[in-house]
Design a protein around this ligand. Structure first.
Ligand code: SAJ
Length: 420
């Protein structure tokens, strides 16, 4: 049976581009979201997130009638769940994943499921979440059979197919990246491959649901561990008076070495989050993964301490000045270069921490945003030229291309990206 109507639940950074790709292949797509503002925006043919090229694709899909958004689930042949999996709001030392959005989405679609449907969990999830989702579906629909009991004869097929696209390149990577397909049975996998082949040009590689869940967590944990190695090196080199950037470029000339770049910490909603899904499941075994998280999470406060040291040096060299006279300029607020996304950004957290601690002014240079309204009432947004010319202490937090293009030398400089 082919997929005529596809429903995508959760129209955020992954769900909306995925819905738009299916619609661009002339499938009837129903997007479901609890956020009425997002639903209204999409139904006007506009988008509520920032992602290159996506606006045009959504606009075409909506005006041609292939994509519509709504808050209430409707029957479809395939359902893709792409809702967030945040942490539980408790004080435990190891953050625990919160599956309540997946639970709510499963319970919302269960009443409209029918024999022959396919349900795919795309949200990054701890191992076992897909099986749990199938249990939630089965509990609402005792009249249908599910793979955990009926295997390949199930009425409804269930799979985990994690997204792996890089923000800023989502439209291209959705099509070109290989896809891990983790069906709860062989038939579930085969149906999921059939669905993704609607637009995926990369290879759809079949495994089981648990391995697919772990594959996604492994990719991001691997990157986190590698960045932690670079961050640890930067702290060691600072102590030993060695230029870490030169060191890494020398080591990377070895044919089998490829060290990543240090920075102010790890931001975004994936790499700083997903390793905890492994650590919380297997705290005794996941030693390196846990330590990497601590190293990367500790980097922002190390940067703040370095700035404090520069402020002290400045005062020592300029005895007529007081701390209130000192202007600290932070270059970059986004969580990585050349994007406007400030969520979970170490650069933003460092800038806010400096503004809380420093009695003088704190300026921010962020070419990708136009206002700090609702972000900070104490930090002042300024131009690159003004900051370079008039600030006293310079703190590079993001290697935006505008910053890299501008050669600058400063006596009081904390350069977490090694560009100046
Ligand atoms: N970072 C460094 N040094 C580096 C590379 C990155 O400090 O050498 C920092 C960045 O500045 C940023 C953070 O790491 O703060 C994460 O950035 P990123 O570009 O490594 O990754 P994300 O979070 O934008 O996207 C990742 C990708 N995963 C991998 O590359 C393994 C993407 O493919 C995933 O789909 C995405 O997570 C996700 O949604 O899980």
């Amino acid at each position: 049976m082919s997929f005529e109507t596809i429903s995508v639940i959760g129209l955020g950074y992954i769900g909306l581009p995925t819905a738009a790709m299916f619609a661009s292949r002339k499938k009837k797509v129903i997007g479901i979201d609890v956020n009425q503002h997002a639903v209204d925006t999409i139904n006007r043919g506009e988008i509520h997130i920032v992602e290159p090229e996506l606006d045009m694709i959504v606009h075409a899909a909506v005006t041609e009638g292939y994509l519509k958004a709504t808050t209430i689930p409707e029957p479809a042949d395939a359902f893709l769940i792409a809702v967030p999996t945040p942490f539980k709001n408790n004080d435990s030392e190891i953050p625990e994943p919160d599956l309540s959005y997946i639970e709510a989405a499963s319970k919302a679609i269960a009443p409209v499921l029918k024999k022959g449907d396919l349900v795919i969990l795309e949200s990054t999830s701890p191992v076992g979440a897909t099986e749990q989702m199938a249990e939630w579906l089965a509990a609402v629909r005792p009249d249908l059979t599910f793979p955990q009991i009926a295997g390949d004869n199930a009425d409804v097929n269930v799979a985990h197919c994690p997204e792996r696209v890089l923000p800023g390149h989502v439209v291209r990577e959705l099509v070109e990246n290989d896809r891990v397909i983790g069906g709860m049975t062989a038939k579930c996998s085969a149906r999921a491959v059939e669905l993704y082949k609607t637009f995926v040009q990369g290879e759809c590689v079949i495994t089981n649901a648990r391995t697919a869940e772990m594959a996604k967590l492994t990719e991001n944990s691997c990157r986190d561990v590698q960045i932690a190695f670079a961050n640890e090196l930067s702290i060691i080199c600072d102590k030993l008076d060695i230029d870490v950037w030169e060191l890494i470029s020398l080591a990377n000339r070895h044919p089998r070495i490829n060290i990543l770049q240090p920075g102010p910490g790890v931001g975004g909603h994936c790499i700083a989050v997903d390793p905890w899904f492994i650590v919380s499941k297997t705290p005794t075994q996941a030693k390196i993964i846990h330590t990497a998280r601590q190293v990367n999470d500790g980097k922002p406060s190390w940067v703040v301490d370095k700035v404090k040291l520069e402020i002290a040096n400045f005062l020592q060299d300029n005895p007529t000045k007081t701390v209130q006279d000192i202007v600290v300029a932070c270059y970059g607020l986004a969580f990585k270069p050349d994007i406007d996304d400030l969520r979970e950004s170490p650069a933003l957290n460092i800038t806010k921490a400096l503004s809380d601690m420093h009695a003088g002014s704190v300026w921010a240079v962020e070419p990708n945003i136009s206002s700090l309204e609702n972000i900070s009432s104490t930090v002042e947004l300024t131009s690159l030229e003004n900051a370079q010319e008039n600030a006293d202490i310079h703190v590079v937090l993001v290697d935006h291309s505008q910053f890299k293009a501008s050669k600058f030398k400063a006596k009081y400089l904390v350069d977490t990206k090694g560009i100046w």
